[in-house]
Design a protein around this ligand. Sequence first.
Ligand SMILES: *Cc1c(COP(=O)(O)O)cnc(C)c1O
Length: 444
Amino acid sequence: MSAEDGRDGGGRADGEDADPAGGDPDGGLAVRRLADWDADRLRELATAHGTPLYVTDIDRVAENCGRLLDAFPDARVSYAVKANTGRAVLETVREAGLDAECASAGEVRRALDAGFPGDRVDYTAVNPPARDLDSVVEWWGDHPDLTVTVGARDTLDRLAERGFDGRVRVRVNPGVGAGHHEKVRTGAAPKFGVPYDRAAEFVAAARDRVDVVGLHAHAGSGIHGEEDLAAHRDLVARMGDLAREVGDLAFVNVGGGFGVPYREDEPPLDLDAVAAATREALGDVDADLAVEPGRYVVADASVLLTRVNTVKPTPETTVAGVDAGMTDLLRPAMYDAYHAIRNLDASEDGGEAGDADDGRGVGPVTVAGPICETGDTFCDGRELPIPERGDLLAVGNAGAYGYEMASTYNSRPRPAEVSLDGDVLRERETLAGVTRLERGGADE
Ligand SMILES: *Cc1c(COP(=O)(O)O)cnc(C)c1O
């Protein structure tokens, strides 16, 4: 549980001297817990816009950017756009002063459209489809300072075929991985980057064809505990060695992966400690440090609201059937990810399991979606207030890789997203939207 004394969602911590969650004046609290969201406001939004519904607090995005810039004052900090590509998020991040790291041509387009100038946009080309390269090279014509991250000889050749001789950063596979699940450890996976031992040679050869401005590596998602930090340190140290060997670089990017506490009792990441460890491990290099977190910027800025439609007592657990599923928030099904869940109707103070003072009691609850897949649950047998039909549940830390991974499996239209102020950020998809690409029906 967080110790924030009932501070309201979106409130800045200005003037607070003893901040139990480790915040600072510019960046607000180091962590925003699910319990900190204003239950009344969330209920109003669910009533006005229906469920399932993503609610995003844009001010919180700005606070998270502020804390990153404070911790890495002389580094280049980019936002890994894939965590949440919403227009309002991108504009907020740009205004806050972060650059944009993009994983596809589509993300590059969105970053440019959100007003990022080309010199603040990196395109990380992992096995880039031809169509993506065609588009990015075309846009590079108008934005010659755009940087492309390359992790294979073939990619350089394919860029050259399209006439590209601009700014490149070389993605290195440091042979070190970190992260909360094997599927998100990228640092050692052969898919990503040039093998470390061949990187210097690769850079030397690339310099004949393009402008190599930086090195890049990304260990994976979820640096949190000591073990991950040690892996991060190894990665950074190796990148420092390589940077000294190849010389003449503008920056060394050591990736993202800064963890956020998904469990209510997990402490927040000590960003200053990560920054200090990063600097120390990098050592003396004649280039700027660069980092590119995604999750950290947006995770705790959104919740997913979902309504209970079915309550089924079973011998082991009470199953709460809800109207959101893995199609709306995939992380629990895909990564066994833990997300805090709060029943906004279970008790007067909107408290957590254990606080319920409305006589319904607490017990093991399984929150399950409507998709025909066993994995379509948000939690199994978790201690929560016993649900009633019609209850509104909030799923916490839904801002990163939440809406972005939504799908239309089971012909389910994707959910809507609104800001905490009530602006519609993404409309709810319709069934007509889901089927609009289909051809050859009887009525054509
Ligand atoms: C996904 C990704 C990131 C961001 O990872 P987070 O865990 O969201 O911080 C950074 N860099 C690259 C290359 C990525 O693919």
